[in-house]
Design a protein around this ligand. Structure first.
Ligand code: AMP
Length: 309
């Protein structure tokens, strides 16, 4: 009989039973961790898994540990029913645990009050996103460790959209000897170039109209890098494009958080007076579009070779 919805599992013990069966049957399991509010970017990761593994599991869990107290944990879109419809019968299982199931001894977003086990990936987590969100990668690394430990996937899928997250997690999987292969999939974009994100629903009509300026800025950086221009010039050009969009905003402000050209090996920014190797660099940026923070990046070189495991 054709399944119309995936099996939803909320308990770790039940998931482990299901996983054991797959192992006995020598099935290969692909795993797509998400926070839900699924869009085509997530579904693209699912397609990758379906093409590589005989079974696919998606997790939907809004992880408190990666939010700061002043961030959008409470308002983050939670749309389990429509997420299940979007997945339809394509995936085998959706793992949707409660916060209590994942953090049985509790979790607070107040970092100074947190107790227990957390995973930190030093040297990769404090720059770029880490400057504005110092708590973020610790929360992500911790929850992905827990999830990977529970699911025991053969393959795990992440999006290029969150490139620093991918680099941080690749390092974590390697350092902690996780027995899995990490696959990074290119960013899925709207027609005007805006990277799809669950948080795009926060954008007003005018904010949405101007939001592609970040992608336009990064695309110009790429063009100039391929032309052999120095990093300083790339950044200046990007800043000018974003400022031009900012000048058009009438009801809100567009502000640059960071624009950088970084080394994929360590995420350190290249100095302004360098000419980058066009096979090994990441152009990365973040802006505040009103109160919504948008991030994006373009990779110069082979994404999977530069970042994947
Ligand atoms: P999230 O639900 O935002 O935590 O994202 C779950 C996974 O989907 C992460 O690996 C993201 O990098 C990936 N992802 C989110 N947006 C996109 C996108 N536009 N294109 C490709 N992957 C994405």
């Amino acid at each position: 009989m054709q399944r119309v919805a995936p099996r939803v599992i909320t308990r770790i013990a039940e998931l482990r039973d299901w996983r054991r069966e797959l192992l006995l049957n020598r099935e290969k399991l692909g795993f797509v961790p998400t926070m839900g509010a699924l869009h085509s970017g997530h579904l693209d990761l699912v397609e990758k898994s379906l093409s590589m593994a005989s079974r696919t599991i998606v997790s939907i869990f809004v992880n408190p540990a990666q939010f700061a107290p002043n961030e959008d944990l409470d308002s983050y879109p939670r749309t389990l029913e429509s997420d299940l419809q979007k997945l339809g019968s394509r995936v085998d299982v959706v793992f949707a645990p409660s916060v209590n199931e994942m953090y049985p001894r509790g979790i607070t977003t107040q970092r100074s009050s947190q107790v227990g086990t957390f995973v930190e990936v030093l040297g990769y987590s404090h720059q770029l996103e880490g400057l504005t969100r110092p708590h973020f990668f610790r929360g992500v690394a911790t929850v992905v460790s827990k999830l990977a430990n529970i699911v025991q996937p053969d393959f795990i899928y992440f999006g290029q959209k969150d490139i620093q997250q991918a680099v941080v997690l690749e390092r974590m999987f390697t350092d902690l000897h996780f027995n899995l292969k990490m696959v990074i999939s290119p960013t899925v974009r709207a027609e005007d170039g805006l990277a799809l994100s669950s948080r795009n629903v926060y954008l007003s009509t005018e904010q949405r109209r101007l939001a592609p300026c970040l992608y336009q800025a990064l695309s110009e950086m790429k063009r100039l890098a391929q032309h052999g221009d120095k990093v300083g010039k790339l950044k200046q050009a990007a800043i000018a494009i974003i400022n031009e969009a900012a000048a058009k905003a009438t009801t809100f402000e567009i502000k640059i958080d960071y624009i950088e050209c970084v080394d994929p090996r360590n995420l350190q920014p290249f100095p302004d007076d360098t000419v980058v190797n066009t096979n090994s660099a990441i152009l990365v940026g973040a802006i505040f579009n009103g109160t919504t923070r948008l991030i994006d990046n373009l990779v110069l070189g082979d994404l999977q070779k530069l970042v994947g495991s």
